[in-house]
Write a protein that binds this ligand. Structure first.
Ligand code: M6R
Length: 606
């Protein structure tokens, strides 16, 4: 994680570095810093906490350099203190780093033995001393970096500047994304194109193992063997406008309310409206004989994948294997020839998901990704891409990206089902119509968001909360629990309703709210039985349902009413109350909803 930027400009660039960092704060916000070269010397400003602290620091103590690097941190090695904040530097070299240097302990021991003094607990500082050491032995800055890179194990995106040189910055990429921006007599560096959008739309993405020397006049790029290479410059579509909260108090609220619109856009990408027909990109596999779909993702994206497992098995009758990416990549799961591997990711940069993708590619699987960022590494390394059109998601808690993932995955299941002949044309039309109804039903639900206030107020006092669901509602229960814990810091767990009596029921007493995701589908009677088991033990039931709890014999339940919907589409609709409950509970508790503690939006380390 962490975001890095660099600018070689023609005026003092500290303010522009901060502007670029603001657009990368989604990658971490434990501390921030910038370094420039002034009168030939390296100078830096750093601050603990959010970027606004660095801004204050720069106001009272400005920097004048025309070349500089910047960093926003998500702590991996060392506490989020100023001393551990990037840039790290010696008198000769200053470095910003995204990633993890796995062999930093060995390097630190070696360098300390040679007289280098470390001031921080970070892995990054080893890079500074490594380059400094090479230069002290007489290497030029470029040779010193080249030698240092060959000694680094792990993942990194680096921005490096040197004292005495106001026209050279070195960038390097291994395992972490890095984009170079081309300006007029100016050059830029950033973890993504969004960071560079205010300055230039002309972007070159470094490829795995590349390193580059940037000067005002242009860039020279070298591959992993340090051979000069050409990498194409593209025109980025990232918006230069900073996304704002509109009339909402938080990005998360705005993003929840954007769902009717962005789900419509995503559905329109895969549905031919005039024919009520799903149109998929070429997935590169024979769908009729497709032996298996393997799904891998992390966090909320994984829960979208779990819903897709139900859909793909029920609608397309294709076996589905699914696992969280951090486990999957080490399991050495056998892969059938002709199989399709699907990776789901909002950012398209999640390190574990990317590693799982590369594992499946090496095993001969065709790779499809469901991503929200067209230019992301996962998208670029996939054979086919199902883009979600959620737009930039800024709140750390994923909301609109999740429902757009569900929309794309529902279309995937329907499209594969049609190709395999497991659903008829009439069923396809019925499914498509059900999906197209979702944006309107979500709007209706959002218009009634006042119904969540009292319940959220009540939830905000709880220490533990359980979420239950069956079938496609089981992943929704887990998503509800994840959403609540990540932004309100209340302990929450999601369970399959039928699993309750095998252990978790021991937790139930009058202080534990139990939120049941209970659409009136064919599993509803069984879910009701599980609710009765909770009620019999004094648990407080909050029933999210299109059915009347009294008619269902569960009169003691607090009811969150949801419009009726075709069961296929219920996960998209039931995601909304689950998100609103978490959001309003967090607001009641006064937490930092958009940037909850310890988290980052894009998790680019293992
Ligand atoms: O960018 P990705 O979709 O790959 O991110 C995966 C998870 O890190 C992400 O969904 C995370 O769990 C969210 N904070 C959940 O709200």
């Amino acid at each position: 994680m962490c975001g890095i930027v660099g600018i070689i400009g023609n005026k003092p660039i500290a303010e522009d570095l901060v502007e670029a960092l603001r657009r990368l704060e989604y990658r971490g916000y434990d501390s921030a810093g910038v370094a420039t070269v002034e009168d030939g010397k390296l100078v830096r400003r750093r601050a603990e906490g959010k970027l606004r602290n660095l801004e204050k620091r720069l106001l009272s103590d400005p920097l004048q350099g025309h070349i500089g690097i910047g960093h926003t941190r998500w702590a991996t090695h060392g506490r989020p203190t100023e001393v551990n904040a990037h840039p790290h530097m010696s008198a000769t070299v200053s470095v910003v780093h995204n990633g993890i240097i796995e062999n930093f302990r060995a390097l630190k021991e070696e360098l300390t033995a040679c007289g280098h003094v470390f001031e921080s607990d970070t892995d990054t500082e080893a890079i500074v001393h490594l380059i400094t050491d090479e230069m002290q032995k007489g290497a030029s800055p470029t040779k010193a970096v080249e030698h240092a890179l060959s000694k680094l194990q792990g993942a990194f995106a680096l921005g490096i500047i040197f004292s005495g040189d106001e026209d050279m910055m070195i960038a390097a990429r291994k395992g972490s994304p890095l984009a170079i921006g081309h300006g007029k007599d100016e050059m830029y560096l950033g973890s993504d194109a969004i960071a560079l959008a205010p300055f230039t739309p002309e972007i070159t993405y470094l490829e795995e193992g590349d390193w580059a020397v940037l000067r005002r006049s242009g860039v020279e790029i070298f591959d992993v063997e340090s051979k000069p290479v050409k990498r194409q410059a593209i025109r980025s579509v990232a918006s230069s406008l900073m996304v704002d909260k509109g009339n909402h108090r938080h990005f998360m609220a705005k993003e929840i309310h954007e769902q009717p619109e962005v789900i419509s856009h995503t559905l329109a990408n895969y549905i031919d409206m005039s024919k009520a027909k799903v149109v998929l990109p070429d997935l590169g596999v024979d769908l009729v004989t497709l032996p298996r779909v393997t799904i891998s993702a992390c966090g909320t994206a994984y829960y979208a994948g779990l819903v897709a497992k139900y859909w793909l098995e029920q609608i397309a009758r294709v076996p589905v294997e699914i696992d969280i990416a951090s486990e999957f990549r080490y399991r050495e799961a056998p892969m059938p020839p002709g199989g399709l591997a699907v990776f789901i990711s909002q950012s398209g940069e999640t390190a574990d998901t990317l590693a799982a993708l590369r594992y499946c590619k090496a095993k001969g699987q065709k790779i499809a990704s469901v991503v929200n960022v067209r230019t992301s590494t996962i998208a670029r390394e996939s054979d086919s891409v199902l883009l979600t059109l959620a737009g930039p998601e800024i709140g750390v808690a994923s909301t609109k990206a999740f429902t757009c993932q569900l929309a794309a995955l529902a279309c995937l299941a329907i499209g594969i089902g049609r190709a395999r002949g497991t659903i008829s044309r009439e069923q396809e039309i019925a499914y498509v119509e059900a999906l197209l109804e979702v944006p309107r039903l979500i709007s209706a639900l959002l218009a009634e968001d006042g119904q969540f206030n009292d319940i959220a107020q009540h939830l905000s006092q709880a220490r533990d909360v359980l979420y239950l669901g069956r079938g496609v509602s089981f992943p929704l229960a887990m998503e509800g629990a994840l959403k609540l814990k990540e932004i309100s810091y209340i302990h929450a767990e999601g369970y399959a309703a039928g699993e309750l009596k095998h252990g978790p029921i021991a937790l139930i007493d009058e202080n534990v709210p139990v939120i049941v995701v209970a659409p009136e589908d064919e599993l509803f009677p069984k879910t009701i039985s599980n609710m009765q088991e909770v009620a019999a033990r004094g648990g407080q039931i909050i029933m999210i349902s299109d059915a009347d709890p009294v008619a269902a014999g569960c009169e003691q339940a607090i009811h969150i009413s949801v419009p009726k919907v075709n069961p296929l589409a219920s996960p998209l609709l039931y995601a909304i109350p689950v998100q609103l409950l978490a959001y309003q509970t967090a607001v009641s508790r006064g937490t930092d909803v958009d940037q909850p503690r310890n988290l980052a939006k894009s998790v680019t380390v293992e």
